[in-house]
Design a protein around this ligand. Structure first.
Ligand SMILES: *Cc1c(COP(=O)(O)O)cnc(C)c1O
Length: 401
């Protein structure tokens, strides 16, 4: 992976040779996130996005507080999906005005915290209207709400579809007029719409089409809204390449498409701020997972490198986080980056289950116990998306370098 430099055979993370970083962390396994790479990713996006479109960080991709602190200073808002994430975003100093809270099953207590904090609640159910009205009356603070729509279209080519058809997320577009009427009657502060059609998409044209359809749907529904649309969150879904043959997302057409939509919004929905919300795209490529080889075993001619962490820390790389077919993430022996020899090996974790595979039959430099295995593309859906208690091994450490 080209985003990290190499010196004297060692991968450099934030300019630190990997062995030195491992010594600094004090243990393996660990995740390391490169703050320079996160900042340059935001800068690349800013260069392409029209200034009228705001950039939010969807923090479920990586909720480590140091990462959220860093991003809170670089983006225009944070999207949270629980009261736990809300606390991290507020502690990071994000402006409550620019925090939004989505999720299909918000508890009454979480809604109360969100209203008290003054953040925008993405309303996803008729149930939330009554709860928010009662909370507003109790706290003397009008709840700020946007309607999360389950659109009548799908985002083609997404790793995970989160809109279109029957979904637990948002309110079906055809039910929205009735919901908007209830919001008006309940006296909630209506601010706009939120759509999120899917995740991990590498096809610019599919993303542009979903953005255009989202715009059109919001434009239609704005006529039934109890107040002018001030926020139109068009979602995200920008993917990163994980597997051989995957092409990097082409941002230029997305920037052009958003510029067109921003111009239409300025004319037809003049109070509306357009927003996109990205998780994986901002942090995924800036992170690595590092484990140390404990054992090297040969079974009937196949080499297994057994490392000190596996799916308990990195469920995604094991192929068990929503993938249909298991494929190898990019992997390296991080202290032998300049070796030219290759052998075919499988990298497995220490858990007593055949699911604990980090790399299956990959060509890697010959490696031995003590060497460091690096899994790239690990900055999103890593530590917080893994079952750390499974089999009782030590927890993983995360560091921002
Ligand atoms: C998960 C999620 C995101 C982030 O998705 P990425 O693929 O990480 O960019 C954004 N918005 C909502 C509503 C989500 O549920």
């Amino acid at each position: 992976m080209t985003q990290f430099a190499v010196a004297d055979g060692q991968l450099l993370i934030g300019n630190l040779p990997l062995e030195r970083l491992a010594a600094r962390v004090g243990q393996t396994p660990f995740y390391a996130y490169d703050r320079g790479l996160i900042a340059s990713r935001v800068a690349e996006l800013r260069a392409v996005l029209p200034p009228a479109v705001k950039l939010h960080y969807a923090m479920k991709a990586n909720p480590m507080s140091a990462v959220v602190d860093l991003l809170a200073g670089l983006v225009d808002g944070i999207d949270v999906a629980s009261a736990g994430e809300l606390k991290i975003a507020l502690d990071a100093g994000a402006d409550p005005h620019d925090i939004s809270f989505a999720g299909p099953g918000k508890r009454a207590g979480e809604l109360r915290q969100a209203v008290a904090a003054g953040v925008l609640v993405n309303l996803e159910s008729f149930r939330e209207v009554g709860l928010l009205a009662a909370i507003s009356a109790e706290l003397g603070v009008a709840a700020r709400v946007a309607v999360r729509l389950n659109p009548d279209f799908e985002l083609k080519g997404s790793g995970m579809k989160m809109g279109g058809g029957a979904k637990p997320f948002g309110v079906d577009a055809e039910e929205a007029p009735r919901l908007l009427a209830e919001i008006g009657a309940a006296g909630l502060r209506f601010e706009g719409f939120h759509l999120f059609a899917g995740s991990q998409n590498l096809r610019a044209e599919a993303l542009c089409e979903a953005q255009r359809q989202s715009w059109a749907l919001a434009r239609r529904l704005a006529d039934c809204a109890p107040a002018p649309v001030r926020v139109l969150n068009l979602g995200g879904g920008f993917g990163i390449p994980y597997f051989p043959g995957e092409q990097r997302l082409d941002l230029a057409p997305i920037g052009a498409n958003l510029a067109e939509l921003a111009a239409r919004a300025a004319a037809e929905m003049p109070e509306a701020q357009l927003v996109i919300e990205l998780g994986r795209y901002l942090v995924g490529e800036a992170g690595v997972y590092v484990s140390r080889i404990i054992d090297r075993k040969v079974s009937r001619g196949q080499v297994f490198l057994v490392v000190d962490g596996g799916l308990n820390h990195h469920l995604s790389a094991s192929g068990n986080f929503g993938q249909v077919l298991r494929k190898n993430y990019p992997v390296a022996i991080g202290n032998r980056m300049e070796a030219s020899e290759r052998e075919t090996v499988s990298v497995v974790g220490p858990l007593c289950t055949p699911l604990d595979v980090l790399a299956e039959r990959m060509a890697l430099p010959p490696a031995a116990p003590g060497d460091l295995v690096v899994i790239f593309q690990s900055g999103a859906y890593g530590a917080s998306a893994s079952p750390q208690g499974f089999l009782g091994h030590p927890a993983v450490i995360e560091t921002l370098v």
